[in-house]
Design a protein around this ligand. Structure first.
Ligand code: FDP
Length: 343
């Protein structure tokens, strides 16, 4: 995308500074934090792109807090992001999928708290399929002189000051929001810069793609089973049947949903009674982005962003995407829940 006034491309750095200048009195710290994440993303992107030749594919031999096997690239990404956030002394606490507890940084006075999924879609890492890094940023609640407490870490999604993701796909993209719309940047590897490729992105109100792991169909609630059947019915007036697409990396599935519209679902099931995906570093940040683009994200009943978190690695079911698609699945879930109560 080209700046109309100067007729030249806009880099992530310039864009962040332009955004900061719109707020007189802004300290520039959030801008610095976003730039730090952008820098770590470039390093991770470089490693992802040459993964097959650098002996960084495969498992590390350990399991994470969720009992999932950890890949070497997961750990590399975690390390890069945490050390980038430690550099500029504005982040006091990091919570990451790869770390059991809270990672307190050396910056006692830092005013930001960052949640990270350093490399989402781990099972796709060795297969050359799109993966991503997700981040979610909050302001510290306690004063800089107080000890960090639970209320600093456990804030609901509506309190996010910024969130976004980096997608390592056919190109590397960084998408983020600070609550003023959604911007997308594409990494130009020839100059090593993220270049603005889309500003104020809007998700279509209705889309014709549904995205869910249908292998778990038997263990879904009846309402979801009926919704998926509805998606498959032929009805040219509503552009059905919808197409099914499921990459298996949430960040990639949600990015496609942002651009084309439709819905991404990871429901509760007998295997995952509370859903599989994590509220704080997967669902909240992606819900913030999708809502800022005009879409919706719910846990089946209420807004994801309004869930009061109880623990840092908490899971939630999620239904996220175009407004009309999310409203429709909600109708089905409510209707069949009501029938179960009445039966
Ligand atoms: P993965 O297990 O590969 O790390 O974060 C969890 C996640 O990927 C999401 O990115 C993805 O959407 C989902 O799990 C895939 O789960 P299923 O294999 O159960 O479909």
């Amino acid at each position: 995308m080209v700046d109309r006034k100067t007729n030249r491309v806009i880099t992530l750095e310039e864009y962040i500074i332009q955004g900061q200048n719109k707020f007189p009195g802004a300290t520039g710290e959030l801008s610095q934090l976003l730039r730090d994440i952008g820098l770590a993303a470039k390093i991770i992107s470089r490693e992802v792109n040459k993964a097959g030749i650098t002996n960084i594919l495969g498992e590390d031999g350990t399991t994470n807090v969720h009992g999932e096997s950890v890949k070497k690239l997961d750990l590399f990404a975690d390390k890069q992001l945490i050390s980038a956030l430690n550099r500029s002394e504005i982040t006091c606490m990091v919570i990451s999928e790869e770390n059991d507890g809270i990672v307190e940084l050396d910056n006692d006075g830092g005013k930001y708290i960052v949640y990270l999924d350093p490399l989402d879609g781990s099972s796709n890492i060795d297969l050359n399929v799109s993966i991503g890094s997700i981040f979610s940023i909050y302001m510290r609640k306690s004063s800089a002189t107080d000890k960090l407490s639970k209320k600093d870490a456990l804030q609901s999604g509506v309190e996010q000051v910024a969130a976004g993701y980096v997608l390592y796909g056919s190109s590397t993209l960084m998408t983020y929001t600070t609550g003023l719309g959604v911007s997308v940047f594409t990494l130009d590897p020839s100059i090593g810069e993220f270049i603005l490729s889309d500003d104020d992105v809007k998700i279509p109100d209705h889309g014709t793609i549904y995205s869910v792991n249908e292998g778990s169909y038997q263990s879904w609630d009846e309402g979801l089973k009926q919704y998926v059947k509805y998606c498959q019915v032929e009805d040219p007036d509503t552009s059905r049947p919808y197409k099914a697409r499921y990459i298996g990396s949430m960040v990639a599935d949600v990015h496609r949903t942002l651009i084309t519209g439709g819905i991404f679902i990871y429901p509760n099931s007998s295997q995952y009674p509370n859903g599989k995906l994590r509220l704080m570093y997967e669902c909240n940040p992606l819900s913030f982005v999708i809502e800022q683009a005009g879409g919706m994200a719910i846990d089946g009943e209420g807004r994801i962003l309004e869930i009061e978190p109880e623990s840092i690695h908490q899971r939630t079911p999620i239904f996220i995407g175009s407004k009309e698609n999310v409203m429709k699945v909600k109708e089905f879930l409510e209707e069949y829940k009501q029938e179960t109560i009445e039966a």
